[in-house]
Design a protein around this ligand. Structure first.
Ligand SMILES: O=c1ccn([C@H]2C[C@H](O)[C@@H](CO)O2)c(=O)[nH]1
Ligand SMILES: [Zn+2]
Length: 301
């Protein structure tokens, strides 16, 4: 069987869930399959922020604003042709470095994609797959300037998305193992010279992002900020207020302190909490840790 894989060279400046990146990878392979491209191809995908994509938009297209996805095809398809009917041309684009035909570069703004998913009421995963498919279609020679071209592109996108079957009902499920490893990694950044008790936290937002935090101590002792609150405050100050899972890593089993439970309850009363120490993992809900908690709804009649 002939190989129809897309090699993606990622440049991750803004992180998204690894499960979402896996789905993007699968969708990329389906682009080649649906287009009937039988040789291996390569693309670069840069996951960036709004400022960077606006910068590229201005520099290369003279458009001074942010957008969701930008594509820079490296193949010059003849008029009306796409990758599927340009095998000879693609073979000429063979790149030693990738051991594949190089199709071009894509830039995707992660904050833009998250905002758009929210606006359309579907998952970040679905939006991420859609933007990647749209971008790869451009790299395969599709366009949407003329009405007839637009219809062809739309039809191809629909075909690929159907094959990728990212359902509208799907949720942005979190990868617990990834979250735990992010918490352990955050623990290494702890500033805890007074207690010598480093703590790391990784908070997963319902839109699929991960915010990490560590404990930050102070010579005045009382000003210490716990890892959990560091993570919450980082997220909230970035405009994110909805969370589903928190992972905490420490040397011993460390459920959040009372202050952190209260802060977490403000934004995520239904939070699942995982704690890890050595090779152990335990799970509880915030409701178990803070029964009858006082929260934003407590003051309502
Ligand atoms: O759940 C916890 C418990 C403690 N700490 C920090 C605060 C302090 O720096 C150190 C010892 O209490 O651990 C946390 O970050 N989270
Ligand atoms: Zn705390």
């Amino acid at each position: 069987m002939r190989r129809r894989k897309v090699l993606i060279e990622w440049d991750v400046r803004n992180e998204i869930d690894s499960a979402i990146m896996e789905r993007m990878k699968t969708a990329a392979d389906l682009c080649l399959k649906c287009e009937n491209v039988t040789i291996p191809c390569a693309v670069t995908v840069c996951l960036c922020d709004d400022a960077m994509i606006a910068d590229i938009n201005r520099q290369y297209r003279g458009i001074d604003r942010s957008t969701d996805v930008l594509s820079f095809p490296s193949v010059n398809y003849p008029l009306g042709k796409t990758a599927g009917d340009s095998e000879t041309l693609l073979r000429q684009e063979y790149d030693d470095e990738y051991d594949a035909a190089f199709l071009g570069d894509l830039f995707i703004s992660v904050p833009h994609l998250i905002a758009q998913a929210r606006e359309y009421g579907h998952t970040v995963k679905r939006e991420a797959v859609y933007l990647l498919v749209h971008g790869i279609c451009h790299l395969m020679g599709y366009d949407h300037i003329e009405e007839s071209d637009k219809e062809r592109m739309r039809a191809m996108e629909e075909k690929i998305l159907a094959a990728a079957s990212v359902s509208r009902e799907e949720t942005d499920a979190v990868d617990d193992q990834l979250l735990l490893s992010k918490a352990r990694e955050a623990m290494t950044r702890s500033y805890s010279p007074y207690s010598s008790y480093p703590v790391g936290a990784a908070l997963h937002s319902t839109d699929g992002r991960i915010f990490t935090g560590c404990n930050v101590e102070n010579a005045s002792f009382g000003l210490t900020n716990c890892a959990e609150r560091t993570a919450v405050f980082k997220a909230v100050s970035e405009g994110v207020r909805s969370f589903d899972v928190l992972a905490i890593a420490a040397k011993t089993k460390a459920w959040p302190c009372g202050a952190c439970r209260q802060v977490l309850n403000e934004f995520a009363p239904d939070l699942r909490i995982l704690v890890t120490w050595d090779d152990h993992v335990e799970e509880k809900t915030l409701k178990e840790l803070l029964p009858e908690g006082f929260g934003p709804h407590s003051m309502e009649h």
